[in-house]
Design a protein around this ligand. Structure first.
Ligand code: AMP
Ligand code: TRP
Length: 326
């Protein structure tokens, strides 16, 4: 049995990109692995957050984890800041990483928008992420493509420490899906779908109303050619929609092409609205059931305890190997 770890930031608007790139894999991996899924609230404060909103967002993500099918009897679900080992290990990893490698992270460059000075936490964000992963002796990290570079850095740091000190960490592998790994914005298929884009029609959030789903899909950017063919380079808009259709329907891209041969974009979009609604309705129903229940808080408390038990063992081993403490 392999150990799986992943995390999502509680920053609102969890969208179908998060679902298809990450959450859907989380659910599938539960069958054959020991899975740990975290709500990474400490990552979210790399930008200032409204405290009340942050608390609400944490519970929203927890409820969504369960609504998409994470089974908390099997898998551990917890909030990052409830387990002190994350921050503790992050410091130790920071002492074994370099400003040069951190400055190469494209996500940092994008989020800092070229400013000369950056919040230190935004710069060291990938180190905290590496700590999340290494703390649990993780074998597999299911994430969207945008996290590839962070996973590489985590591996580099683990290997470096294993060479400098005693063999301390399991070196993890990223797991990326072929079809859902990078869902693009509906209004601009050249940028990825994001939680923070101003135009709400650039994304479909998991809890969107049916009328909003329809509106966002019907006005999604395509091209003037009118043929339903997959070509990410020449036809990024329709290809992105085909990708979404493919993962929601379980059809291969070539089957999607065949099914819609000779049909127009309007017909295709109507069908896409349909499969999207069918996939999201049960998630919304389960979410409503659980979001305000006491059970949710109990599950997170129990999750933190289980996570802490594993984390303490790792911290003890790390301190021993480094000669820290008594
Ligand atoms: P975040 O919202 O940044 O915490 O992302 C949570 C998870 O969703 C991570 O595994 C990301 O890689 C994944 N993700 C975010 N945006 C997209 C996207 N547009 N397409 C596919 N996966 C995504
Ligand atoms: N950085 C990830 C993102 O923005 C979230 C994250 C934090 C994460 N810690 C992690 C993902 C550990 C996987 C494993 O999407």
């Amino acid at each position: 049995m392999k150990r799986v770890f992943s995390g999502v930031q509680p920053t609102g608007n969890i969208h179908i990109g998060n679902y298809l790139g990450a959450l859907k894999q989380f659910v599938e991996l539960q069958k054959e692995n020991q899975c740990i899924y975290c709500i990474v609230d400490m990552h979210s404060i790399t930008f200032p957050q409204d405290p009340k909103q942050l608390k609400k967002n944490i519970l929203d993500v927890a409820a969504l984890y369960m609504a998409v099918g994470i089974d908390t009897k099997k898998s551990i679900v917890f909030v990052q800041s409830d387990v002190p080992g994350h921050a503790e290990l992050a410091w130790i990893l920071a002492c074994n990483s370099y400003t040069g490698e951190l400055s190469r992270m494209t996500q940092f460059k994008q989020k800092n928008k070229g400013r000369e000075s950056a919040p230190t936490g935004l710069f060291t964000y990938p180190i905290l992420m590496a700590a999340d992963i290494l703390l649990y002796d993780t074998d597999i990290v299911p994430v969207g493509n945008d996290q590839k570079q962070h996973i590489e850095l985590c591996r580099d740091i683990a290997i470096r420490i294993n060479n400098r000190y005693k063999n301390t960490f399991v070196v993890p592998d990223g797991r990326f899906l072929k079809a859902g790994a990078r869902i693009m914005a509906l209004d601009d298929p050249l940028s990825k779908m994001s939680k923070s884009a101003e135009n709400i029609h650039s994304r479909i959030s998991l809890l969107d109303e049916e009328t909003k789903i329809k509106k966002s899909i019907m006005r999604a950017t395509t091209d003037s050619e009118g043929s339903i063919k997959f070509d990410m380079k020449e036809k990024p808009g329709i290809s992105n929609l085909m990708n979404i259709y493919s993962v929601f329907s379980g059809m291969e891209i070539c089957e999607v092409e065949k099914t819609f041969e000779g049909k127009g974009y309007g017909d295709f979009k109507k069908e896409l609205v349909q499969v999207t609604k069918e996939s999201l309705t049960p998630i919304k129903e389960k979410y409503e059931e659980i979001r305000h229940s006491k059970e949710l808080l109990d599950i997170l408390k129990d999750g933190a305890e289980r996570a802490n038990t594993i984390s303490e063992k790792t911290i003890k081993r790390v301190k021993e190997n480094f000669g820290l403490g008594l």
